[in-house]
Write a protein that binds this ligand. Structure first.
Ligand SMILES: Cc1ncc(COP(=O)(O)O)c(C=O)c1O
Length: 385
Protein backbone atom coordinates (compact mmCIF):
# COMPACT_ATOMS: atom_id res chain seq x y z
CA UNK A 1 0.00 0.00 0.00
CA UNK A 2 2.85 2.32 0.96
CA UNK A 3 4.42 1.71 -2.49
CA UNK A 4 1.22 2.86 -4.22
CA UNK A 5 1.03 6.00 -2.09
CA UNK A 6 4.68 6.90 -2.65
CA UNK A 7 4.37 6.42 -6.39
CA UNK A 8 1.17 8.44 -6.68
CA UNK A 9 2.58 11.27 -4.55
CA UNK A 10 5.81 11.43 -6.53
CA UNK A 11 4.02 11.37 -9.89
CA UNK A 12 1.69 14.19 -8.83
CA UNK A 13 4.72 16.17 -7.63
CA UNK A 14 6.46 15.61 -10.96
CA UNK A 15 3.44 16.83 -12.92
CA UNK A 16 3.37 20.01 -10.85
CA UNK A 17 7.11 20.58 -11.35
CA UNK A 18 6.78 20.12 -15.13
CA UNK A 19 3.83 22.51 -15.30
CA UNK A 20 1.65 19.64 -16.51
CA UNK A 21 -0.82 19.71 -13.67
CA UNK A 22 -4.41 20.24 -14.83
CA UNK A 23 -7.38 21.74 -13.09
CA UNK A 24 -11.09 21.07 -13.04
CA UNK A 25 -12.91 24.23 -14.07
CA UNK A 26 -16.35 24.50 -12.58
CA UNK A 27 -18.51 26.37 -15.09
CA UNK A 28 -21.65 27.87 -13.57
CA UNK A 29 -24.24 27.92 -16.33
CA UNK A 30 -23.19 25.34 -18.87
CA UNK A 31 -21.11 25.65 -21.98
CA UNK A 32 -22.45 28.69 -23.79
CA UNK A 33 -20.94 31.56 -25.77
CA UNK A 34 -19.97 33.13 -22.46
CA UNK A 35 -18.41 31.00 -19.74
CA UNK A 36 -19.48 32.01 -16.26
CA UNK A 37 -17.61 31.25 -13.06
CA UNK A 38 -18.64 32.80 -9.75
CA UNK A 39 -20.26 35.74 -11.55
CA UNK A 40 -17.29 36.45 -13.87
CA UNK A 41 -17.69 36.09 -17.64
CA UNK A 42 -15.32 35.04 -20.44
CA UNK A 43 -15.84 34.57 -24.17
CA UNK A 44 -15.70 30.81 -24.68
CA UNK A 45 -13.12 29.78 -27.28
CA UNK A 46 -12.68 26.33 -25.75
CA UNK A 47 -15.72 24.23 -26.47
CA UNK A 48 -16.40 21.63 -29.15
CA UNK A 49 -19.94 22.96 -29.46
CA UNK A 50 -19.09 23.91 -33.05
CA UNK A 51 -22.63 24.47 -34.29
CA UNK A 52 -23.80 26.08 -31.05
CA UNK A 53 -26.45 23.42 -30.44
CA UNK A 54 -25.63 22.59 -26.79
CA UNK A 55 -27.97 25.32 -25.57
CA UNK A 56 -30.41 25.45 -28.48
CA UNK A 57 -33.87 25.98 -27.00
CA UNK A 58 -35.57 23.47 -29.32
CA UNK A 59 -32.98 20.82 -28.39
CA UNK A 60 -33.51 21.45 -24.69
CA UNK A 61 -37.24 21.16 -25.28
CA UNK A 62 -36.77 17.89 -27.17
CA UNK A 63 -34.80 16.43 -24.26
CA UNK A 64 -37.50 17.64 -21.83
CA UNK A 65 -40.22 16.05 -23.97
CA UNK A 66 -38.17 12.86 -24.10
CA UNK A 67 -38.00 12.81 -20.32
CA UNK A 68 -41.77 13.18 -20.07
CA UNK A 69 -42.39 10.44 -22.62
CA UNK A 70 -39.71 7.91 -21.63
CA UNK A 71 -38.46 8.71 -18.12
CA UNK A 72 -35.04 9.56 -16.78
CA UNK A 73 -32.97 6.50 -17.49
CA UNK A 74 -32.86 3.35 -19.61
CA UNK A 75 -32.53 1.15 -16.50
CA UNK A 76 -30.74 -1.72 -18.27
CA UNK A 77 -28.21 -2.57 -20.93
CA UNK A 78 -29.39 -2.67 -24.54
CA UNK A 79 -29.66 -6.47 -24.75
CA UNK A 80 -31.76 -6.67 -21.58
CA UNK A 81 -34.53 -4.03 -21.57
CA UNK A 82 -32.56 -0.79 -22.04
CA UNK A 83 -33.16 -0.41 -25.79
CA UNK A 84 -36.42 1.35 -26.62
CA UNK A 85 -38.22 3.02 -29.52
CA UNK A 86 -36.18 6.26 -29.48
CA UNK A 87 -32.95 4.22 -29.65
CA UNK A 88 -34.26 2.35 -32.69
CA UNK A 89 -35.44 5.57 -34.35
CA UNK A 90 -32.05 7.15 -33.72
CA UNK A 91 -30.28 4.15 -35.20
CA UNK A 92 -32.44 4.34 -38.35
CA UNK A 93 -31.95 8.08 -38.66
CA UNK A 94 -28.15 7.74 -38.36
CA UNK A 95 -28.15 5.02 -41.02
CA UNK A 96 -30.18 7.14 -43.45
CA UNK A 97 -28.04 10.21 -42.79
CA UNK A 98 -24.63 8.58 -43.04
CA UNK A 99 -25.39 5.74 -45.46
CA UNK A 100 -24.76 2.62 -43.35
CA UNK A 101 -26.82 -0.46 -42.53
CA UNK A 102 -26.30 -0.37 -38.78
CA UNK A 103 -25.57 2.12 -36.00
CA UNK A 104 -24.50 0.63 -32.67
CA UNK A 105 -25.01 3.14 -29.86
CA UNK A 106 -22.55 3.85 -27.04
CA UNK A 107 -22.46 6.25 -24.11
CA UNK A 108 -19.32 8.01 -25.33
CA UNK A 109 -16.90 8.22 -28.24
CA UNK A 110 -14.21 6.90 -25.93
CA UNK A 111 -16.13 3.70 -25.23
CA UNK A 112 -17.16 3.29 -28.91
CA UNK A 113 -13.50 3.45 -29.97
CA UNK A 114 -12.38 1.05 -27.29
CA UNK A 115 -15.25 -1.34 -28.03
CA UNK A 116 -14.44 -1.32 -31.74
CA UNK A 117 -10.78 -2.22 -31.32
CA UNK A 118 -11.15 -4.66 -28.42
CA UNK A 119 -13.98 -6.52 -30.15
CA UNK A 120 -12.67 -6.72 -33.69
CA UNK A 121 -8.98 -7.42 -33.04
CA UNK A 122 -7.46 -10.75 -32.09
CA UNK A 123 -3.97 -12.04 -31.37
CA UNK A 124 -1.88 -12.03 -34.53
CA UNK A 125 -3.87 -9.20 -36.18
CA UNK A 126 -2.14 -6.08 -37.48
CA UNK A 127 -3.37 -2.64 -36.48
CA UNK A 128 -2.13 0.53 -38.19
CA UNK A 129 -3.02 3.86 -36.64
CA UNK A 130 -2.20 7.47 -37.41
CA UNK A 131 0.37 8.60 -34.85
CA UNK A 132 -1.90 11.41 -33.65
CA UNK A 133 -5.07 9.38 -33.18
CA UNK A 134 -7.08 10.09 -30.06
CA UNK A 135 -5.98 8.55 -26.74
CA UNK A 136 -9.01 6.21 -26.74
CA UNK A 137 -7.80 4.62 -29.99
CA UNK A 138 -4.10 4.50 -29.20
CA UNK A 139 -4.71 3.09 -25.73
CA UNK A 140 -7.12 0.44 -27.01
CA UNK A 141 -4.61 -0.52 -29.68
CA UNK A 142 -1.85 -0.90 -27.11
CA UNK A 143 -4.00 -2.95 -24.78
CA UNK A 144 -5.48 -5.13 -27.53
CA UNK A 145 -3.87 -8.42 -28.45
CA UNK A 146 -3.07 -7.18 -31.98
CA UNK A 147 0.34 -5.82 -32.91
CA UNK A 148 0.04 -2.08 -33.40
CA UNK A 149 2.13 0.14 -35.67
CA UNK A 150 1.69 3.88 -35.86
CA UNK A 151 2.18 5.59 -39.22
CA UNK A 152 3.40 9.18 -39.51
CA UNK A 153 0.64 11.72 -39.14
CA UNK A 154 -1.38 12.04 -42.37
CA UNK A 155 1.50 10.42 -44.29
CA UNK A 156 0.00 8.11 -46.91
CA UNK A 157 3.40 6.93 -48.13
CA UNK A 158 4.39 5.85 -44.65
CA UNK A 159 1.03 4.07 -44.29
CA UNK A 160 1.63 2.34 -47.62
CA UNK A 161 5.13 1.22 -46.60
CA UNK A 162 3.96 -0.16 -43.27
CA UNK A 163 0.85 -1.78 -44.76
CA UNK A 164 2.87 -3.65 -47.39
CA UNK A 165 5.54 -4.91 -45.03
CA UNK A 166 3.38 -8.03 -44.75
CA UNK A 167 0.74 -9.59 -46.96
CA UNK A 168 -1.64 -10.22 -44.08
CA UNK A 169 -4.78 -8.07 -43.78
CA UNK A 170 -4.63 -5.08 -41.47
CA UNK A 171 -7.04 -2.87 -39.54
CA UNK A 172 -6.35 0.78 -40.43
CA UNK A 173 -7.66 3.57 -38.21
CA UNK A 174 -7.53 7.32 -38.64
CA UNK A 175 -9.50 10.37 -37.61
CA UNK A 176 -11.37 12.57 -40.07
CA UNK A 177 -10.36 15.83 -38.36
CA UNK A 178 -7.59 15.81 -35.76
CA UNK A 179 -8.73 17.33 -32.51
CA UNK A 180 -5.57 19.13 -31.43
CA UNK A 181 -4.36 20.25 -34.88
CA UNK A 182 -7.64 20.86 -36.69
CA UNK A 183 -6.24 19.35 -39.88
CA UNK A 184 -8.05 16.80 -42.06
CA UNK A 185 -6.87 13.29 -42.92
CA UNK A 186 -6.18 12.65 -46.64
CA UNK A 187 -9.12 10.26 -46.69
CA UNK A 188 -9.43 9.81 -50.45
CA UNK A 189 -5.74 8.85 -50.68
CA UNK A 190 -6.00 6.56 -47.68
CA UNK A 191 -9.02 4.87 -49.28
CA UNK A 192 -6.84 3.95 -52.26
CA UNK A 193 -4.44 2.07 -49.96
CA UNK A 194 -7.10 -0.17 -48.45
CA UNK A 195 -6.89 -3.70 -49.89
CA UNK A 196 -9.48 -6.47 -50.04
CA UNK A 197 -9.54 -8.07 -46.64
CA UNK A 198 -8.36 -4.97 -44.74
CA UNK A 199 -10.71 -3.18 -42.38
CA UNK A 200 -10.77 0.62 -42.33
CA UNK A 201 -12.23 2.83 -39.61
CA UNK A 202 -12.54 6.62 -39.39
CA UNK A 203 -13.27 8.40 -36.12
CA UNK A 204 -15.08 11.55 -37.28
CA UNK A 205 -15.67 13.09 -33.85
CA UNK A 206 -14.69 16.58 -35.08
CA UNK A 207 -15.87 16.40 -38.70
CA UNK A 208 -19.43 15.17 -38.18
CA UNK A 209 -21.96 17.98 -38.33
CA UNK A 210 -19.34 20.48 -39.43
CA UNK A 211 -18.30 19.27 -42.85
CA UNK A 212 -20.19 18.63 -46.09
CA UNK A 213 -23.87 19.08 -46.98
CA UNK A 214 -26.20 18.14 -44.13
CA UNK A 215 -23.10 17.90 -41.93
CA UNK A 216 -22.40 14.34 -43.05
CA UNK A 217 -18.77 14.80 -42.14
CA UNK A 218 -15.27 14.22 -43.44
CA UNK A 219 -15.93 10.95 -45.23
CA UNK A 220 -18.84 12.35 -47.21
CA UNK A 221 -16.68 15.40 -48.04
CA UNK A 222 -13.93 13.10 -49.36
CA UNK A 223 -16.49 10.80 -51.05
CA UNK A 224 -15.24 7.71 -49.24
CA UNK A 225 -17.01 5.09 -47.17
CA UNK A 226 -14.86 3.34 -44.56
CA UNK A 227 -16.01 -0.04 -43.19
CA UNK A 228 -16.56 1.62 -39.82
CA UNK A 229 -17.35 5.24 -39.06
CA UNK A 230 -17.40 6.51 -35.48
CA UNK A 231 -20.02 9.21 -35.09
CA UNK A 232 -19.61 11.15 -31.85
CA UNK A 233 -22.44 13.22 -30.37
CA UNK A 234 -20.50 15.32 -27.83
CA UNK A 235 -19.10 17.85 -30.30
CA UNK A 236 -21.15 19.43 -33.12
CA UNK A 237 -24.36 17.68 -32.07
CA UNK A 238 -24.12 19.45 -28.71
CA UNK A 239 -24.93 16.39 -26.60
CA UNK A 240 -23.03 13.20 -25.77
CA UNK A 241 -22.80 9.55 -26.77
CA UNK A 242 -21.60 7.92 -29.99
CA UNK A 243 -22.37 5.29 -32.60
CA UNK A 244 -20.31 2.87 -34.63
CA UNK A 245 -21.68 2.91 -38.18
CA UNK A 246 -21.06 -0.27 -40.16
CA UNK A 247 -22.65 -3.01 -42.28
CA UNK A 248 -25.24 -5.47 -40.97
CA UNK A 249 -22.79 -8.28 -40.24
CA UNK A 250 -20.27 -6.13 -38.36
CA UNK A 251 -23.19 -4.52 -36.54
CA UNK A 252 -24.51 -7.90 -35.45
CA UNK A 253 -21.05 -8.95 -34.26
CA UNK A 254 -20.62 -5.74 -32.24
CA UNK A 255 -24.12 -6.08 -30.81
CA UNK A 256 -23.32 -9.59 -29.62
CA UNK A 257 -19.72 -9.14 -28.54
CA UNK A 258 -18.77 -5.51 -27.81
CA UNK A 259 -18.45 -5.54 -24.05
CA UNK A 260 -19.02 -1.76 -23.70
CA UNK A 261 -22.38 -2.38 -25.39
CA UNK A 262 -23.36 -5.67 -23.77
CA UNK A 263 -22.36 -4.82 -20.19
CA UNK A 264 -23.19 -1.11 -19.95
CA UNK A 265 -26.48 0.65 -19.22
CA UNK A 266 -27.93 1.99 -22.48
CA UNK A 267 -28.07 5.76 -22.93
CA UNK A 268 -31.29 7.27 -21.53
CA UNK A 269 -34.12 7.02 -24.09
CA UNK A 270 -34.77 10.75 -23.61
CA UNK A 271 -31.21 11.40 -24.78
CA UNK A 272 -31.74 9.23 -27.87
CA UNK A 273 -34.98 11.13 -28.52
CA UNK A 274 -33.20 14.50 -28.25
CA UNK A 275 -30.30 13.25 -30.40
CA UNK A 276 -32.77 12.59 -33.21
CA UNK A 277 -33.80 16.22 -33.00
CA UNK A 278 -30.13 17.32 -32.92
CA UNK A 279 -29.49 15.42 -36.16
CA UNK A 280 -32.47 17.09 -37.82
CA UNK A 281 -31.09 20.50 -36.79
CA UNK A 282 -27.63 19.57 -38.12
CA UNK A 283 -29.12 18.41 -41.42
CA UNK A 284 -31.41 21.36 -41.99
CA UNK A 285 -29.58 24.38 -40.50
CA UNK A 286 -26.87 24.98 -43.10
CA UNK A 287 -26.54 28.56 -41.82
CA UNK A 288 -24.53 27.24 -38.84
CA UNK A 289 -21.87 25.75 -41.14
CA UNK A 290 -21.91 28.89 -43.32
CA UNK A 291 -21.33 31.03 -40.22
CA UNK A 292 -18.39 28.83 -39.23
CA UNK A 293 -16.83 29.25 -42.69
CA UNK A 294 -17.15 33.04 -42.46
CA UNK A 295 -15.68 33.09 -38.94
CA UNK A 296 -12.82 30.82 -40.00
CA UNK A 297 -11.89 33.20 -42.79
CA UNK A 298 -12.06 36.16 -40.44
CA UNK A 299 -9.94 34.32 -37.87
CA UNK A 300 -7.13 33.72 -40.35
CA UNK A 301 -7.35 37.28 -41.59
CA UNK A 302 -6.65 38.41 -37.99
CA UNK A 303 -4.27 35.67 -36.80
CA UNK A 304 -2.19 35.00 -39.93
CA UNK A 305 0.35 37.59 -38.77
CA UNK A 306 1.26 35.58 -35.65
CA UNK A 307 3.92 32.90 -36.01
CA UNK A 308 2.69 29.58 -34.65
CA UNK A 309 -0.83 30.12 -35.99
CA UNK A 310 -1.72 27.13 -38.15
CA UNK A 311 -4.26 27.67 -40.94
CA UNK A 312 -7.02 25.07 -40.92
CA UNK A 313 -10.29 24.58 -42.76
CA UNK A 314 -12.06 23.43 -39.59
CA UNK A 315 -13.21 25.38 -36.50
CA UNK A 316 -10.15 24.11 -34.58
CA UNK A 317 -7.39 26.74 -34.62
CA UNK A 318 -4.12 25.81 -32.92
CA UNK A 319 -1.51 28.45 -32.16
CA UNK A 320 1.70 26.59 -31.41
CA UNK A 321 3.85 28.25 -28.76
CA UNK A 322 6.43 25.54 -27.99
CA UNK A 323 6.93 24.90 -24.31
CA UNK A 324 4.25 24.21 -21.72
CA UNK A 325 5.15 27.35 -19.77
CA UNK A 326 4.41 29.69 -22.72
CA UNK A 327 1.08 27.97 -23.41
CA UNK A 328 0.08 28.26 -19.75
CA UNK A 329 1.21 31.85 -19.55
CA UNK A 330 -0.76 32.76 -22.68
CA UNK A 331 -3.94 31.01 -21.52
CA UNK A 332 -3.63 32.72 -18.14
CA UNK A 333 -3.11 36.17 -19.73
CA UNK A 334 -6.08 35.64 -21.99
CA UNK A 335 -8.18 34.57 -19.05
CA UNK A 336 -7.27 37.71 -17.14
CA UNK A 337 -8.51 39.57 -20.19
CA UNK A 338 -11.91 37.98 -20.65
CA UNK A 339 -10.96 35.27 -23.19
CA UNK A 340 -11.18 31.57 -22.38
CA UNK A 341 -8.74 29.55 -24.47
CA UNK A 342 -7.20 26.20 -23.53
CA UNK A 343 -3.51 25.53 -23.01
CA UNK A 344 -2.75 22.11 -24.50
CA UNK A 345 0.44 20.53 -23.25
CA UNK A 346 2.26 17.20 -23.42
CA UNK A 347 1.33 14.39 -23.13
CA UNK A 348 -1.81 15.45 -25.06
CA UNK A 349 0.48 16.88 -27.78
CA UNK A 350 4.16 16.16 -28.56
CA UNK A 351 6.88 17.79 -26.49
CA UNK A 352 7.85 21.20 -27.86
CA UNK A 353 4.43 21.73 -29.50
CA UNK A 354 2.45 23.04 -26.53
CA UNK A 355 -0.20 25.37 -27.82
CA UNK A 356 -3.34 27.26 -27.23
CA UNK A 357 -6.28 25.60 -28.92
CA UNK A 358 -8.90 28.07 -30.07
CA UNK A 359 -12.24 26.71 -31.23
CA UNK A 360 -14.86 28.66 -33.13
CA UNK A 361 -18.57 28.07 -32.85
CA UNK A 362 -21.56 29.33 -34.82
CA UNK A 363 -22.36 31.48 -31.75
CA UNK A 364 -19.30 33.74 -32.18
CA UNK A 365 -19.30 37.07 -33.98
CA UNK A 366 -16.34 38.53 -35.92
CA UNK A 367 -15.98 41.14 -33.15
CA UNK A 368 -15.22 38.34 -30.66
CA UNK A 369 -12.35 37.26 -32.89
CA UNK A 370 -11.12 40.85 -33.20
CA UNK A 371 -10.98 41.18 -29.41
CA UNK A 372 -9.21 37.82 -29.11
CA UNK A 373 -6.57 38.81 -31.69
CA UNK A 374 -6.00 42.13 -29.94
CA UNK A 375 -5.43 40.40 -26.59
CA UNK A 376 -3.15 37.83 -28.20
CA UNK A 377 -1.03 40.62 -29.69
CA UNK A 378 -0.78 42.25 -26.26
CA UNK A 379 0.36 38.94 -24.78
CA UNK A 380 3.05 38.59 -27.46
CA UNK A 381 4.31 42.09 -26.60
CA UNK A 382 4.37 41.39 -22.86
CA UNK A 383 5.80 37.86 -23.07
CA UNK A 384 8.32 38.26 -25.85
CA UNK A 385 9.07 41.92 -25.17
C1 LIG B 1 -11.11 12.22 -32.02
C2 LIG B 1 -11.88 11.89 -30.78
N1 LIG B 1 -12.39 10.65 -30.66
C3 LIG B 1 -13.09 10.31 -29.57
C4 LIG B 1 -13.30 11.18 -28.54
C5 LIG B 1 -14.04 10.76 -27.32
O1 LIG B 1 -15.37 11.11 -27.46
P1 LIG B 1 -16.27 11.33 -26.16
O2 LIG B 1 -15.93 12.67 -25.62
O3 LIG B 1 -17.65 11.19 -26.66
O4 LIG B 1 -15.88 10.24 -25.20
C6 LIG B 1 -12.83 12.50 -28.64
C7 LIG B 1 -13.13 13.47 -27.57
O5 LIG B 1 -12.39 14.14 -27.01
C8 LIG B 1 -12.07 12.85 -29.78
O6 LIG B 1 -11.54 14.08 -29.90
Amino acid sequence: MQAFRTRIRSQLEQRRENQLNRQLNVVTRGNQLMIEQHGDLWVNFSSNNYLGLANDSSLIEAWQNGLTLFGAGSSASSLVTGFSTPHLMLEHQLCDWLGYERAILFNSGFSANQAMLFTLLEKGDRLLQDKLNHASLIEAGMLSSASMTRFKHNDVQDLNRKLHRENTPAFIVTEGVFSMDGDCAPLSDIALQIRDGDLWAVDDAHGLGVMEGEGRGSCAAAQVKPDLLIATFGKALGMSGAAIMCNAELGEYLTQCARHHVYSTAMPPAQAYALSHAITLVQTQQWRRDRLDELSEHFHHRFRQFSGCVETTTPIKPVILGDAESALNCAQFMRENGQWVSAIRPPTVAKGTARIRITLTALHQPTHIDALAQKFEQWMDVYHG
